[in-house]
Design a protein. Structure first.
Length: 68
């Protein structure tokens, strides 16, 4: 093997490693994005549920107050 062949092999190895690294970062970034979206949706659902519970409590208290 000549020096030219070895340098081509090294450059090819570096390019492959960089491509694998970029692919790995893209995949982990996509997973992180989906996880963040799921957390945001879950947070919104919890807030809406709490608001509905409070509204129901006031409605229930108002209806009990009218009966007395």
């Amino acid at each position: 093997m000549t020096t030219k062949d070895v340098s081509r092999l090294v450059v090819l190895a570096v390019v492959v490693i960089i491509c694998v690294s970029i692919l790995f970062r893209l995949i982990t970034g996509a997973i992180s994005l989906v996880s963040g979206l799921a957390n945001a949706v879950l947070g919104i659902v919890v807030v809406v549920a709490l608001v509905l519970i409070v509204l129901w409590m006031f409605h229930y208290a108002k209806s009990i107050g009218k009966k007395k």
